[in-house]
Design a binder for this molecule. Structure first.
Ligand SMILES: Cc1cc2nc3c(=O)[nH]c(=O)nc-3n(C[C@H](O)[C@H](O)[C@H](O)COP(=O)(O)OP(=O)(O)OC[C@H]3O[C@@H](n4cnc5c(N)ncnc54)[C@H](O)[C@@H]3O)c2cc1C
Length: 510
């Protein structure tokens, strides 16, 4: 019997596999496709997941795989541009790493970690009881059965696992299709200095957004290249399968419908299409079956789904490992639903707001966009918006008896002065282990935490302007508990003990 079976080797399943290996579990990954996919999907990845990958010490691999230069931090937000270049300490990090390359780097990482991925193995059936999960699989040599203690559906938007577990996935489907590509144009088309195109027989096609009665056309020069990024948005009530790629003819027909003109194309790259849904699984856990990534949520805006899905994986892995190891009760897995459903709902909130901003075509909608754009010239709303898109503002609703502002937040990468050569919080979290970071002379707190060794790192460091006397940081880099400066031990001890028992287990276990 496997401890954990992961269904799906997309970004979420691969990230979960890597994090489980770091936590000491050897999962089995089942993927229906015989080889890594080459259909273009996301053009990049952004948000808090990049901070987490940096904390794990692997961000450089992902940066090295980027083929395009790192763009200025500007983001479309429902037809409004959020220009984060004005901000000092920009809260939103992004990498122009197409999904195929992202998956390649993730595949290399999980290979090094020794994860078993069975490609060409499709999950057909899932049944569970109190003891475990039974999985029916169709592989190249026929069907077979596997048993596991837990099964995680990272099997995408049309999740079979979600359906078999009977988890409702309700929400809104927007009748809208987006098609995008990078193109070059033939010599007959003139590129003007201002980025516009002169198309023979039609006239000028403007750079930026062109709204017509039939939809929206967007065009921008790709950085440092001859190519142009183009896209169309049309109202259309059709269902498309993400695995069926957009064709050049389909793109050109769409441009023709929106602009009323044929835009000649010489070459095309990265053709892709997406539709927008706002759906979230009611439960992320049903007994021994859990969901993560697109199987758990679909957001009606771009640029946030990978961040959300891979962070689901990071939140789940160490909890699952602790439960499989028998150190904590299965109830810990309910906190995965509580925290990640909460985070998903917050992402849903701002992506639904983007729908309202984006879809209106009348003067009132234009006014809404103009007001929004104006608000985003001020620092505070701009900073708030950057944090919203990045997901860096998410503070999990954790027990917080001393009401510390850092409890539930992503641990900031504090610069530490320590005797053992550890200089940052990021370095402490590379091994994905929980850490009690003591930032003042609090031997009393360290004495309590020692009962939880060896399942906890205890580190002491100094820093110039400490935010707390001590921080208990979970493997997912979220702060589980913090001691206020000079907090009396009588107040700090019960909350510290409760946090250690919740997140690490009963003390004294080997
Ligand atoms: C055109 C397009 C552009 C996008 N742009 C962005 C973007 O810019 N930024 C962003 O963050 N997101 C973007 N997204 C969304 C992003 O691609 C998804 O959020 C991401 O792929 C979700 O990852 P996942 O691992 O959860 O699911 P998936 O990537 O869907 O992976 C699921 C895996 O499960 C496998 N599987 C399914 N059923 C079974 C089964 N029964 N048995 C075994 N295996 C199974 C599938 O073959 C697949 O490999 C875009 C999507 C599209 C389509």
């Amino acid at each position: 019997m496997s401890d954990v079976i992961i269904v799906g080797a997309g970004p979420t399943g691969l990230m979960l596999a890597a994090e489980l290996r770091l936590a000491g579990i050897r999962p089995l990954v089942l993927e229906r496709q015989p080889r890594p996919r080459d259909t273009p999907k996301a053009g990049g990845i952004g948000g808090q997941i990049l901070e987490l990958l940096r904390y794990r010490g692997v961000l450089e691999r992902f940066q090295a795989a980027c083929t395009d230069p790192i763009p200025a931090p500007r983001f479309p937000f429902g037809g409004v541009h959020v220009d984060l270049t004005q901000l000092e300490g920009n809260p939103m990090h992004a990498l122009p790493l197409p999904q195929q390359q992202l998956e390649r780097v993730l595949n290399e990482w999980v290979d090094e970690l020794g994860v078993d991925i069975r490609r060409g193995h499709r999950v057909l059936g899932v049944e569970q009881d109190a003891e475990g999960v039974c999985v029916d699989v169709e592989g190249p040599d026929g069907t077979y059965r596997l048993d596991a203690r837990y099964l995680i559906g990272c099997d995408g938007a049309r999740s079979r696992v979600r359906e078999l577990a009977g988890i409702p996935f309700s929400g809104t489907v927007y009748p809208e299709v987006n098609r995008l590509a990078q193109i070059t144009v033939p010599e007959s088309v003139t590129r003007l200095d201002n980025g516009d195109l002169e198309v023979p027989g039609f006239g000028t096609v403007r750079s930026g957004f062109t709204r017509t009665e039939r939809g929206l056309f967007g065009m921008a020069a790709a950085p440092n290249s001859d190519s142009l990024s183009v896209y169309t948005i049309e109202d259309e009530d059709a269902e498309y399968d993400d695995d069926v790629p957009l064709t050049v003819a389909e793109l050109q027909e769409s441009i023709q419908r929106v602009l009323g003109a044929n835009l000649p194309v010489a070459q095309t790259y990265r053709l892709s299409r997406f539709t927008f849904k706002a759906c979230q699984s009611e439960r992320y856990r049903e007994g021994r079956v859990l969901l993560a990534g697109d199987a758990a949520h679909l957001f009606p805006a771009t640029g946030v789904a990978l961040n959300a899905g891979m962070l689901d994986a990071v939140n789940l892995a160490w909890k699952l490992a602790a439960v499989v190891d028998g150190r904590v009760s299965e109830q810990l897995l309910d906190t995965y639903h509580e925290e990640r459903h909460f985070a998903g709902a917050r992402t849903m909130l701002h992506t639904r707001a983007q729908v309202a901003l984006r879809r209106g075509h009348d003067p009132a909608a234009e006014a809404l966009r103009a007001v929004f754009q104006e608000l985003l010239t001020d620092e505070q709303p701009l900073r708030r918006m950057g944090a919203f898109i990045a997901g860096s503002d998410i503070r999990y609703p954790l027990p917080n008896s001393n009401n510390h502002a850092l409890t539930g937040a992503f641990a900031p990468d504090l610069e530490l002065h320590a005797d053992d050569g550890i200089h940052t919080v990021a370095e402490l979290l590379a091994a994905a282990r929980p850490v009690l970071l003591i930032l003042s002379d609090r031997a009393d707190l360290a004495d309590i935490a020692r009962e939880w060794l060896p399942h906890l790192e205890i580190r002491t460091a100094k820093l110039d302007d400490r935010p707390a006397d001590a921080l208990l940081i979970r493997p997912d880099a979220h702060i589980a508990w913090a001691a206020a400066i000079d907090e009396p031990i009588a107040a700090a001890e019960p909350a510290l003990r409760a946090a250690l028992e919740t997140w690490i287990g009963t003390p004294g276990q080997r």
